[in-house]
Design a protein around this ligand. Structure first.
Ligand SMILES: NC(=O)c1ccc[n+]([C@@H]2O[C@H](COP(=O)([O-])OP(=O)(O)OC[C@H]3O[C@@H](n4cnc5c(N)ncnc54)[C@H](OP(=O)(O)O)[C@@H]3O)[C@@H](O)[C@H]2O)c1
Length: 263
C-alpha cells in the first residue's frame, strides 16, 4: 500500500492528536483526505479539521470504519469508554494509544478481544516532524502492522522502544522536558535582553542554538561532555559560565525535576 493511501483516524482531536496530525501532513506521511477525526465539541472539531483539510466525523464508529490506523487521542480516563463504544469496529485495525499511563497490559484488559494495539507516549514536537514516540516493546501488533507503524510514524518522530516498566518514565523524559527546555530558552533570552539584545533576536538565537546543538550531538553520536569540552577553551569565557551553572546545581536540578514528576 502506498503511504499516502494509509487511512488514519483520530478518536479525540485535542493538543496531542492535532500535533501528530500536523506532523503527518507536513511530512506527507498521509494525505489529508485519508485522515479523519472525532471529538466531543462538534464546532471546535469542524474548525480544527477544516483548517487542515481533514474529515470531521460525528462518531468514533465513523472514524474507525474509515481508518486503517486508529489513534486513541482521548485522556487516559476516557479510554475505557471509547473501547466499549467501538467494540468490534476495532478488529483488524492498528490501534495506536497515546494515553499516558495506559500500557499494553491495561489496554488489553479494556480493549475488545483480539485487538492489535501498541501503547506509546509522544511529545508535541511531532507537530513539526521532529518528535519522539516512546513505544512499549510489548504490544499486540502483527509484524506487518509494526512495519506500517514504523513507516508512518517514523517520518515524524524518533521511535524509541522501551520495556513496559519504563514507558511512563520515557514519556516524562520525552513529553515533559520540552517545557524544561522552554524554561531554559526563556532564561537564556532574558540574559541576552538584560545585556542589551532585542527580545526577538534573543529568542531566534537561543532556539536555533538549541536545535543545532541537539542535531550536532545526534548526527555525530556525540557524548554531551565531548561537546561541552570542545566549547570550553582553557581559561576561556565559556568555562566560567559552565562553572557557574555547576555551582547553581543545573544537573541535580534536572534530576530533581524528573523526581518531582515521578513522585
Ligand atoms: N499534551 C501532551 O503533551 C501529551 C503528551 C503525551 C501524551 N498525551 C496523551 O494524549 C492524550 C490526549 O491529551 P491532550 O493533551 O491532547 O488532551 P486534550 O487536548 O484535552 O484532548 C482530548 C480530546 O479528546 C476529546 N474527547 C473527550 N471525550 C471524548 C469522547 N468521549 N469521544 C471522542 N473524543 C473525546 C476531546 O474533545 P473536546 O475538545 O471536543 O472536548 C479532545 O479533542 C492523553 O491521553 C494524554 O495522556 C498528551
Amino acid at each position: 500500500m502506498d503511504n499516502r493511501d494509509i487511512r488514519i483516524g483520530f478518536i479525540g482531536f485535542g493538543s496531542m492528536a492535532s500535533a501528530i496530525c500536523d506532523g503527518l501532513l507536513i511530512k506527507q506521511a498521509a494525505a489529508p483526505g485519508n485522515i479523519s477525526a472525532c471529538a466531543r465539541n462538534w464546532d471546535k472539531l469542524q474548525t480544527n479539521c477544516n483548517s487542515r483539510g481533514i474529515k470531521a466525523c460525528r462518531t468514533s464508529q465513523e472514524v474507525a470504519e474509515a481508518s486503517d490506523i486508529v489513534v486513541i487521542g482521548v485522556l487516559p480516563q476516557t479510554v475505557p469508554e471509547i473501547m466499549e463504544e467501538l467494540g468490534d469496529k476495532l478488529k483488524g485495525k492498528l490501534i495506536l494509544s497515546i494515553a499516558y499511563g495506559v500500557g499494553c497490559d491495561r489496554f488489553t484488559e479494556i480493549a475488545p478481544e483480539g485487538c492489535n494495539h501498541i501503547s506509546t507516549v509522544p511529545n508535541t514536537p511531532v507537530s513539526v516532524g521532529e518528535g519522539i514516540f516512546v513505544c512499549e516493546s510489548r504490544h499486540t501488533l502483527t509484524d506487518e502492522q509494526l512495519e506500517l507503524f514504523k513507516e508512518v510514524f517514523g517520518r515524524i518522530a524518533l521511535l524509541e522502544f522501551v520495556e513496559p516498566k519504563l514507558l511512563d518514565l520515557g514519556g516524562i523524559v520525552a513529553g515533559s522536558t520540552p517545557a524544561f527546555m522552554a524554561q531554559i530558552a526563556e532564561g537564556l533570552a532574558d540574559a541576552a535582553v538584560k545585556h542589551g539584545m532585542s527580545r526577538a533576536a534573543s529568542y531566534r538565537i537561543v532556539e536555533q542554538m538549541m536545535m543545532g546543538t541537539a542535531k550536532y550531538m545526534l548526527d555525530g553520536d556525540m557524548h554531551p561532555a565531548v561537546l561541552k569540552d570542545g566549547v570550553c577553551s582553557p581559561g576561556g569565557a565559556t568555562i566560567k559560565g559552565v562553572s557557574k551553572l555547576e555551582e547553581c546545581g543545573i544537573r541535580s536540578a534536572m534530576i530533581e525535576a524528573v523526581d518531582a514528576i515521578m513522585n
